[in-house]
Design a binder for this molecule. Structure first.
Ligand code: NAP
Length: 290
């Protein structure tokens, strides 16, 4: 099963796009299970299915809420990661929201995480001239440049984000894929080139804030650069799923795309896995093995 940052948002009753988790009820989330019993056409015992009732070991659900996945083609966990919501988030954000063009200089934060790692690699595959990533440790920075093919990477815990960006992208950036918000967003606006685009995917640096965080102080730069900033939710972009999953399968097969995972074992450690995501203990997608 998958543990994801958006679950943090569902642990609050603030108005949002998804209803809060209910106290006393099992939480939910993406998971791949094995069918034990079914009376529905197209689902036989032993089939692996992707569904939305994670955070439990056994689930009873309507066949309409499940999709059979091929675990011979890819590991089960890929369907909650690179071949699932995570990968599609990266693809939709880059192509549809940021309008990625050949030759663009792309900056992505949270780059060693599930979405961020996919963003960097997909941007390269689609013709970005340079991809720069930020992450929270020297090991993650090495992973980005040595394993995932990022051109440059830096640790945001080591100095100011704006200084790193100015050094690594002296001519500026065309696209910023925001997973983090806060200081990262302000630095990216400060480095935006003419016609730059910012896709706001997530703002994990503020998910635990109890007071509203100050906004970027340099929004006026969007006027000079004619820059655009747009938030998005992957749920609105499932019409791209067929296109993305087809391309991703090819990229995975020829090595253009690779995906790292971090896992914890057992439902008893699911909370540790979830908190680990918020604390940066994962490289790539965090999954719980049941
Ligand atoms: N809009 C959508 O539809 C959509 C869909 C999926 C995900 N998202 C968003 O995309 C982002 C990434 O999600 P994911 O599932 O791929 O998670 P992830 O990146 O695999 O894990 C979260 C990572 O965030 C980093 N982080 C935690 N606190 C931070 C802070 N204060 N400053 C900077 N980085 C911090 C940690 O890495 P470090 O070690 O580098 O700090 C951690 O590994 C999240 O913001 C999530 O909410 C949005």
């Amino acid at each position: 099963m998958s543990v994801d940052p958006y679950m943090r948002g569902r642990m609050s009753d603030a108005k949002s796009y998804a209803a809060p988790f209910e106290l006393g009820k099992a939480m939910e989330g993406g998971a791949v299970g094995v069918v034990e019993e079914s009376r529905a056409d197209g689902f036989a015992p032993g089939d692996h299915v992707l569904h939305g009732l994670g955070w439990r070991e056994v689930a009873v659900l309507d066949a309409k809420a499940a999709r059979v996945v091929d675990v011979d083609a890819a590991p089960a966990s890929a369907y909650v990661g690179i071949l699932g919501m995570t990968g599609l988030t990266a693809y939709a954000g880059l192509t549809r929201i940021a309008g990625l063009k050949e030759g663009d200089v792309v900056f992505v934060s949270g780059a060693a995480g599930a979405v961020g790692g996919a963003v960097g690699q997909i941007a390269k595959a689609l013709g970005a001239s340079r991809v720069i990533g930020s992450a929270g440790s020297p090991e993650k920075v090495r992973h980005l440049t040595e394993d995932l093919g990022f051109d440059e990477a830096f640790s945001y815990k080591d100095g100011r984000v704006s200084d790193h960006l100015r050094e690594l992208a002296p001519e500026g950036i065309d696209v910023y894929f925001d997973n983090v918000g806060g200081e990262h967003l302000e630095a990216a606006i400060g480095s935006l080139r003419l016609g730059g685009r910012i896709a706001v995917c997530g703002m994990i640096s503020v998910y635990n804030d109890t007071e509203p965080a100050p906004g970027p102080r340099n929004l006026a730069r969007l006027i000079q650069t004619r820059g655009k900033i747009q938030g998005f939710l992957v749920g609105d972009h499932y019409d791209l799923a067929g296109e993305y999953f087809g391309r991703a399968a090819g990229w995975l097969a020829d090595g253009t795309l690779s995906s790292r995972e971090t896992s914890v074992d057992g439902i008893d450690h699911a909370v540790d896995g979830f908190l680990g995501v918020l604390r940066g203990e994962n490289t790539g997608k965090m999954v719980v093995r049941l």
